[in-house]
Design a protein around this ligand. Structure first.
Ligand code: SF4
Length: 263
C-alpha cells in the first residue's frame, strides 16, 4: 500500500445539495463491481484494477485542520469517491482524525459508508452533539441488497449488509442520526416496490430515520462489470439489467416516487 500527500482536503462537491467533500483515501478496496469512482484510477496512473489498491492521504487531517481555521458553513460528505471506513482505515485512522478536526468546525458532516468500522468512532460522533434529531452529524449506510451472499459478489471487499445494519442499530441506539442509501438500486434486484419496501422496512426497524434511493447510472464500465458478476449467480437480474440498459430513462422513471413504506 503506497501513501500520498495531499495539498487540499476540503474540496467543493459536485453533488447536488452537498457543499464540500473530504476523501481521506484514493482508491477503495471494497471493490464494488458497479463503483462509479473507478475512473479515479486513471488520475493516479494505476494499472491495477479498481478495488485492488488504496492510497492513504497521510497528511489529510493536518491539511483539513489548517483549512478549517477559516470559518466554513454547509455540509461536508465523508466521502464521495472512496469509502472512509474501508479496511485501510482500521490502521490509518485518517477518517477518525478528519472527524476530530470537523467536530470543532461549523460544518455539518454526512458520513457514507459500507462498513461497521464506523462504530469505532462513536465517541467522536457523539461529540458532535449526537442527540436524536441533531443533524450536525449523520451516518448513512449504503445497501444494495439485504443478501450477504449476493453482496459478496457485488461488493467483495465490504462487510456484509447484515453487519452494516447491526452497526446502524448500534449508532441509532446511541442517538446518532442514521439513514440508509439504496445505492445503486439495481434492475431485477432492488427496483420493484416489494424489494425496496423490504430494504426500507429493515432499515427503519434498525433505526434508520430516512431511506433514500439512487437508481443505477448505466456507465458502460459499471454495466459490463455488473453483467459479468450477476450472470453466473443471478441470471434473472442480469437479464433485467440488459433490458433496462436498452432504455435507462424509462427504467429510472419508476424511482420518481419516494421509497415505499409498508410498516
Ligand atoms: S464502497 Fe463506494 S467507493 Fe468503495 S468501491 Fe464501493 S462504491 Fe466504490
Amino acid at each position: 500500500m503506497s501513501e500520498r500527500r495531499c495539498s487540499t482536503a476540503l474540496n467543493r462537491s459536485g453533488i447536488p445539495g452537498v457543499d464540500w467533500c473530504v476523501n481521506p483515501f484514493v482508491g477503495c478496496t471494497h471493490a464494488c463491481v458497479y463503483c462509479y469512482a473507478s475512473f479515479m484510477g486513471r488520475f493516479g496512473g494505476h494499472e491495477a484494477p479498481w478495488g485492488t489498491w488504496v492510497e492513504p492521504k497521510v497528511n489529510v487531517a493536518d491539511v483539513l485542520a489548517r483549512e478549517l481555521r477559516r470559518p466554513r458553513t454547509g455540509e461536508v460528505v465523508l466521502s464521495s469517491v472512496t469509502d472512509p471506513y474501508q479496511p485501510a482505515e482500521a490502521q490509518a485512522r485518517l477518517t477518525r482524525a478528519c472527524l476530530a478536526a470537523l467536530a470543532g468546525s461549523g460544518l455539518s458532516v454526512s458520513i457514507l459508508t459500507k462498513s461497521d468500522l464506523v462504530v469505532r468512532d462513536l465517541d467522536l460522533l457523539a461529540s458532535f452533539g449526537g442527540l436524536l434529531g441533531d443533524t450536525r452529524i449523520r451516518v448513512g449506510f449504503s445497501i444494495t441488497t439485504l443478501s450477504d451472499e449476493l453482496a459478496r459478489v457485488l461488493e467483495p471487499g465490504a462487510p456484509p449488509p447484515s453487519r452494516r445494519l447491526e452497526a446502524l442499530r448500534t449508532l441509532a441506539g446511541a442517538g446518532i442520526a442514521t439513514w440508509v442509501f439504496v445505492a445503486p438500486a439495481l434492475p431485477g434486484l432492488s427496483d420493484g416496490p416489494d424489494a425496496l419496501a423490504t430494504i426500507a422496512d429493515e432499515a427503519r426497524r434498525c433505526g434508520a430515520q430516512t431511506v433514500e434511493v439512487d437508481p443505477l447510472n448505466f456507465y458502460p464500465t459499471a454495466v459490463s462489470r455488473l453483467l459479468a458478476a450477476l450472470t453466473p449467480v443471478a441470471p434473472q437480474a442480469a437479464r433485467a439489467l440488459q433490458a433496462a440498459s436498452r432504455d435507462p430513462a424509462s427504467w429510472r422513471a419508476r424511482f420518481r416516487q419516494p421509497p415505499p413504506r409498508t410498516a
